[in-house]
Design a protein around this ligand. Structure first.
Ligand SMILES: [Zn+2]
Length: 351
């Protein structure tokens, strides 16, 4: 199928999953002021949703029997037994709601949705914890690998591993088990970044989604249908070319990390905007090239980009991309979402 290359890179990433990326200097606890024995210095959120100063709290220490009583078998296996949930099987790897992820064992806040990114590994991934003091890292040489384990600072729950191949600003990838976390949606209001939407059509939406999903600053992607007449269309109806809809992608992005102009540049780079109602072998108005703008600013940016590309003769033929205001967007059936990413998935047994 159709679009060029980025999805291959993402596919490889999915296959690589939680593999080691070097032996990070571990033991960040070493440089801290040591709290009294049995105590730990950590940060929690106040009632206003803001992170408070570090305060000394008692460590949570329980026997195995006590943990087994309050945890499910799966939670116990991973959080107390240092297990790993299978990729693409946890509840949070593809979870994009604003909020805070806390320790399943003791409730300490650990990671915020605004530091979450789509790593393509099948595990929830963050570029930083809510506070450095809330997690401990230590070398993990198990399974013939050299990795750095992440633990909850208050109860020593096993959370996952941290790698050096994450995005800016930290360059770190905290690769977590969903089952070690609990999620609270309301607490994150104060820390959620401003998000914007962009909607494009550029041929078969599988490849288009894989291309945009991999961009830093893209918070989430959804494939679907828009620009036509039918309500709640199915893939079959859209492919029959009777609904007027285009296969499209809705992107939620953080404009502080990626600009709309950058998204437009990726859009032009990854399809042919000069062919009317076709992309390569895919023919029909559902494969048309279209920009569904969400604001006058987006419209102006698209017009400016078309003018610039035309002037520099970037394409051998005129750009025929449709430029229209965004209308209702109908998400496609679940099996189309993150289609290429899911191809890397495995079985769902905890081991
Ligand atoms: Zn904990």
């Amino acid at each position: 199928m159709k679009l060029r290359p980025l999805f291959f890179a993402a596919g490889m990433l999915a296959a690589a999953a939680c593999v080691p990326s070097g032996d990070r200097a571990a033991g960040t606890a070493a440089g801290r002021m040591a709290p009294p024995p049995g105590m730990v210095s950590v940060r929690e959120f106040g009632k206003d949703g803001r992170l408070m100063e570090a305060t000394a709290m008692e460590k949570v220490v329980k026997t195995d029997a006590e943990w087994r009583k309050i945890l499910t078998q799966e939670q116990y296996t991973v959080a107390r037994g240092k297990g790993t949930e299978p990729a693409f099987c946890g509840v949070f790897y593809d979870h994009h709601q604003p909020g805070i992820y806390s320790c399943v064992c003791c409730g300490l806040p650990l990671f915020s949705a605004d530091a979450k990114f789509d790593s393509g590994t099948g595990w929830p991934s963050f570029f930083q914890p809510v506070a450095e003091v809330n997690v401990i890292t230590q070398p993990d040489n198990s399974h013939g690998m050299k990795r750095v384990e992440i633990l909850c600072a208050r109860c020593d729950a096993h959370l996952g591993h941290v790698f050096d191949d994450g995005p800016k600003p930290t360059g770190r990838r905290y690769c977590l088990n969903s089952v070690s976390l609990v999620f609270a949606p309301q607490a994150a209001v104060a820390v959620q970044p401003k998000a914007e939407k962009a909607t494009f059509a550029a041929g078969c939406f599988w490849g288009v989604e894989e291309t945009f999903r991999a961009l830093p600053g893209v918070v989430s992607t959804t494939v679907g249908y828009t620009g036509g007449r039918a309500k709640s269309p199915t893939y079959k109806q859209v492919c029959a070319n009777t609904t007027g809809h285009a296969e499209a992608i809705e992107i939620v992005f953080d404009p502080a990390l990626v600009t709309y102009e950058k998204l437009l540049a990726v859009f032009w780079e990854n399809h042919d905007p000069t062919t009317l109602n076709r992309q390569g072998p895919d023919v029909g108005s559902q494969y048309r090239s279209a920009i569904f703008f969400h604001s006058d600013a987006q419209k102006a940016a698209a017009l400016a980009a078309i003018a610039a590309l035309t002037k520099e003769k970037r394409f051998p033929k005129p750009i025929v991309t449709e430029l229209v205001p965004v209308g209702e967007f109908w998400p496609a059936e679940e099996y189309h979402q993150k289609y290429f990413m899911k191809k890397g998935g495995g079985s769902c047994n905890v081991h």
